[in-house]
Design a protein around this ligand. Sequence first.
Ligand SMILES: Nc1nc2c(c(=O)[nH]1)N[C@H]1C(S)=C(S)[C@@H](COP(=O)(O)O)O[C@H]1N2
Ligand SMILES: [Mo]
Length: 205
Amino acid sequence: MLVTRGFKGRPRGDVALRSRLPPGQFLTPEFPVLTAGPTQHTSLDRWSLSLQHGGALLGKWTWQQFEALPQTETVTDIHCVTKWSKFDTRWRGVTIDDLLKAVGLEAAPTGFLMAHCDGGYTTNLALTDLIEGKAMIATHFDDLPLLPSHGGPARLLVPHLYFWKSAKWVRRLALRDEDKPGFWESLGYHIRGDPWQEQRYEGDR
Ligand SMILES: Nc1nc2c(c(=O)[nH]1)N[C@H]1C(S)=C(S)[C@@H](COP(=O)(O)O)O[C@H]1N2
Ligand SMILES: [Mo]
């Protein structure tokens, strides 16, 4: 039997797509660039990523060392608080689970993390939002090295939260016992930022 795509496929597809779009969002095929301040450029030979807890350094990776960590690929939808969403974005990088494992933190730690970036941007996250495959330090997009405008050489990717949590040009991850607002969070944005609960601003549920 001959089945025309437009006849059987489309209405179903639209429903499926709409159910992937969080409230108040619209779908775009573009990949907009959103940065508060200038794009950062750090050459790979000067780049490093460190992980610390309080004043203690738990681990530090040069670019070469970082690239040697286990690599994970993910295809995921992303949602910006300015209301654009993009479906099926493809990333490669190192999961936060693998980073924690690399410094001997096997058990899921409790607490929070502040991501610090070149240029001074910060964002805060609960560790529960970063572990069990929920987040990575991404270095590749669509099989290509991440462009500087999108946070290359390495950015945080936390796709289940609004995209401001996905800190570009990340260089230092600081584990903390207590939560503390980062850059946008201290300017009135929500402390967690779950797009499915529309946690856009401070005071939203
Ligand atoms: N270092 C840094 N990271 C950042 C930002 C920023 O201004 N500086 N903007 C955030 C915001 S508000 C969004 S929506 C996304 C945008 O990522 P993109 O430019 O790759 O689309 O990056 C987030 N990460
Ligand atoms: Mo954003």
